[in-house]
Design a protein around this ligand. Structure first.
Ligand code: ZN
Length: 392
């Protein structure tokens, strides 16, 4: 068993001083610092820093030079190790719109990786996240969406079989001309989170989609809509729908590039940290010094630039994902003025709740997996423990 001493414990509600956290593979207890420690405990000194639960990233495509769709043996584990070293102890592996053969092979490989389990020094793989291909051609961002493509029973069944039931989240545009009711029934039957993404929907369509199970919004403000005119009628957009309906959860790309300070603060003010998850939406160049990269699978993806700390399409018409890791997202939120417990909640407990794993992860409550981070007093990540084992 280990005990972290001399650190302030960050809970989803407050910062606790004068406490020691005790853990093996799971959290064993929170003790008063003045109380004597059990004899066989290994002490870890947090040196006056902060102790947080491991971060959970609901939207991540790659990192360390790899994309989750790459066929190279070792690609998936390399991404999991890169993000774990930056504080992400669990994640969804995100795919994007790509040729069917690439998607199907990628889903099959990810399912196998989930089956065999993550390396001991890598993030846990909570499931597969399909970002597309059923997106709006008029709000594609950097996704390679040529025309409208709608879900069919045949391809959903194929994906379900290839994934061996490991698809945890599907992102789609709810205004597509067909297939949304089918997708809704499929997601409900298989316990899959549905999210509005890369969509030109107005608020009415978004709120109707919520009733069909679309409870989450993918990277709010990025390839979403706000108030706009359709013909001679003014409509509210996805952003207003997300603010109006308390049941809707949202995610913000926390890299400090996609979302300005005032927008992030407004979102936290209206939704509260309980409904806002910070995500990286990281692409393969995260954790590298690469100046050029590829968005998506390496042989069929889109060539992109990396400059000013963000990936961009080569004509600079759109961002093409972030190169951030979760420690950066956390620090960005703090720099913007989000209170410490809220920033920590949005990186850990809120995404755990959205992913349906809050019974085991997302906070340092007794009995949960001992995924623990230590930050120094300037919020630089110092140590990472996964299931109680130090990996950084
Ligand atoms: Zn994405």
């Amino acid at each position: 068993m280990k005990a972290i001493v001399n650190g302030a414990l960050v809970t989803p509600r407050e910062v606790l001083y004068g406490k020691t956290i005790l853990f093996g593979e799971t959290v064993e207890g929170i003790a008063d610092s003045a109380a004597p420690l059990p004899a066989d405990v290994e002490t870890v000194d947090a040196r006056g820093g902060f102790v947080l639960p491991g971060f959970i990233d609901l939207h991540v495509h790659g990192g360390g030079g790899y994309d989750f769709l790459d066929g190279d043996p070792g690609a998936i584990d390399a991404i999991l190790r890169l993000h774990a070293a930056h504080g992400t102890t669990a994640l969804f592996a995100t795919t994007l719109t790509c040729p069917d053969a690439v998607l199907f092979a990628g889903v099959e490989r990810l399912a196998a990786a989930i089956g065999r389990g993550s390396p001991a020094d890598g993030s846990a793989l909570l499931g597969i996240h399909l970002e597309g291909p059923w997106l709006s051609p008029s709000n594609v961002g950097a996704q390679a969406v040529a025309g409208e493509r709608t879900p069919t029973a045949c391809e959903l069944d194929r994906l379900l079989a290839l994934s061996a039931g490991t698809i945890a989240r599907i992102d789609a545009a709810p205004e597509l001309s067909s297939g949304i009711d089918l997708l809704s029934a499929f997601a409900s039957e298989h316990g899959i989170l549905l999210s509005v993404a890369h969509s030109a929907a107005n608020a009415e369509t978004t709120l109707a989609a919520y009733e069909k199970g679309f409870t989450h919004i993918t990277h709010l403000y990025c390839s979403t809509t706000t108030e706009h005119k359709e013909g001679q009628t003014v409509h509210a957009g996805i952003v207003e729908a997300a603010y109006l309906n308390d049941g809707i959860t949202v995610e913000l790309i926390g890299d400090g590039k996609h979302i300005p300070r005032e927008t992030m603060l407004l979102c936290f003010k209206i939704k509260g940290a309980e409904k806002v998850a910070l995500v990286t939406d990281a692409m393969r160049a995260a954790g590298t010094d690469d100046r050029t990269s590829i968005l998506g699978e390496k042989t069929t993806g889109t060539p992109v630039l990396v400059e000013d700390g963000v990936a961009k399409l080569r004509d600079r018409s759109s961002f093409a994902g972030s190169v951030a890791t979760m420690d950066v997202c956390f620090k960005t939120a703090l720099r913007y003025g989000v209170p410490l417990p809220d920033a920590a909640r949005s990186c850990a407990l809120t995404p755990a709740e959205i992913a349906g794993v809050a019974d085991k992860r997302g906070s340092l409550d007794v009995g949960k997996v001992a995924d623990v981070l230590i930050f120094d007093s300037d919020f630089n990540l110092q140590s990472v423990f996964i299931k109680g084992k130090r990996i950084r």
